[in-house]
Design a protein around this ligand. Structure first.
Ligand code: PMP
Length: 385
């Protein structure tokens, strides 16, 4: 086909295919054990599938209301009240989105314009920075401390200027599995007090937290809650990443602005899935065992790796385990990850692409949202390296 002949001034000139697409493609090509991209390899709840089918047959196939199906917004409100004791108004403070990615992009587009600065902790989930750049903002990176990947509270205050419009946080954190403490959240609350800074709190792994730790949602800190948009994803909570259904919680004034943009980005999210989720989230048994469920998978994987030459970096949340390999190879992370696929038949994700300067600490990320047999097979391969 004839190509476009004009000049394109790319808004993301340095961006290529995401590392997830690259590693998953390579993994499929070589039929490797795929612990790269973060998605479960086990089935989702049959009951939930039945509810979607039911609602499709019942005729719930046209546009949902712009903010989302009311019953689902009410269900989320009740869920937050049950889990955190905090009440969000389903009419004015909750919005359903086409996955957390759309929620994050829309939130950043709503509030960030030319000249604004956004603080992002890195290694960072890869959608934050491009969303800031596309909207004309500048990303200011604060590196999480290696190897516990906690924030550097001496550096962050120095990074705040009159241009700082937003701070993006993510706990439990992808790709590192670190979890912010109550003290971290209080630091952020104190730091932003009296400013116009908006906090975008990516809490998609809120239920994937281990060893008895308690998720420190931004909604638990009153002064933080007032300036925060909290993003969640049913893809993570109900093992259905392909359904791309998420949500945003924010005080009315922030939500009103969010909706102005949301209505023109997607208008509304998928209708029958929203109805099905509304039926399903009312029962807390459908998610309250998640910490134990994933902790058992983490422990199985980590225990099976005890005799390997990899160093295990403690994982406190998410479904990602970092393994450090400096005792095995001096290769860069992308080189080593690629070689593991080609020569050993196991796929992971290098962490360096999650840093804006591709910092390389010789660590790979392995997703343990997998069946026992997949994890055992992966560990067997890794122990031989
Ligand atoms: N935030 C983080 C930290 C994630 O890991 C992911 C998914 N990998 C998302 C957001 C996006 O979630 P969704 O699939 O609902 O768009």
């Amino acid at each position: 086909m004839d190509s476009f002949e004009g000049t394109i001034h790319s808004k993301l000139p340095k961006t290529g295919s995401s590392i997830f697409a690259v590693m998953s493609g390579l993994s499929n090509e070589h039929n490797a054990v795929n612990l790269s991209q973060g998605f479960p390899d086990f089935p989702i709840s049959a009951e939930l599938i039945d509810r979607v089918t039911y609602h499709m047959k019942a005729g719930h196939n046209q546009y949902a209301p712009m903010p989302g199906v009311k019953k689902l917004r009410m269900g989320i409100s009740e869920m937050f009240q049950r889990n955190y004791g905090i009440k969000y108004n389903p009419d004015t403070e909750i919005n359903i989105t086409a996955g957390a990615t759309q929620a994050l992009f829309t939130a950043i587009s709503t509030f960030i314009k030319e000249g604004d600065e956004v603080i992002v902790f890195e290694p960072a989930y890869d959608s934050y920075a491009p969303a800031v750049t596309v909207n004309g903002g500048t990303v200011k990176y604060s590196r999480l401390h290696f190897p516990d990947f906690l924030p550097n509270w001496e550096e962050v205050p120095r990074m705040i200027t009159h241009r700082t419009k937003m701070i993006v946080i993510n706990s439990p954190q992808n790709p590192t599995g670190s979890v912010w403490s109550q003290e971290d959240m209080l630091m952020l609350e104190r730091l932003t007090e009296g400013t116009d800074i908006i906090v975008l709190s990516d809490e998609v792994y809120e239920h994937l937290i281990f060893d008895g730790a308690v998720h420190q949602s931004a909604c638990l800190f009153p002064k933080l809650m007032k300036r925060s948009l909290i993003v969640g994803s049913f893809g993570k909570t109900f093992h259905a990443t392909g359904w791309k259904t998420g949500f945003v919680l924010a005080p009315e004034k922030l939500m009103a602005e969010f909706r102005k943009v949301h209505q023109f980005v997607v208008f509304a999210a998928n209708t029958p899935i929203q109805y099905a989720l509304a039926d399903y989230i009312g029962n807390e048994n459908n998610y309250k065992n998640l910490p134990l469920f994933y902790q058992q998978k983490r422990d199985l994987f980590v225990n099976a790796l005890k005799n390997s030459r990899f160093t295990i970096i403690p994982c406190h949340g998410t479904y990602f385990q970092l393994l450090e390999y400096s005792a095995i190879s001096k290769e860069s992370e992308p080189e080593f990850a690629k070689r593991l696929v080609l020569e050993q038949g196991i796929a992971s994700i290098p962490v360096s692409p999650f840093y804006h300067n591709n910092d390389d600490f010789k660590v790979l990320r392995f997703c343990f949202a997998k069946q026992e047999k997949t994890l055992k097979k992966a560990a067997e391969i890794l122990c031989k390296i």
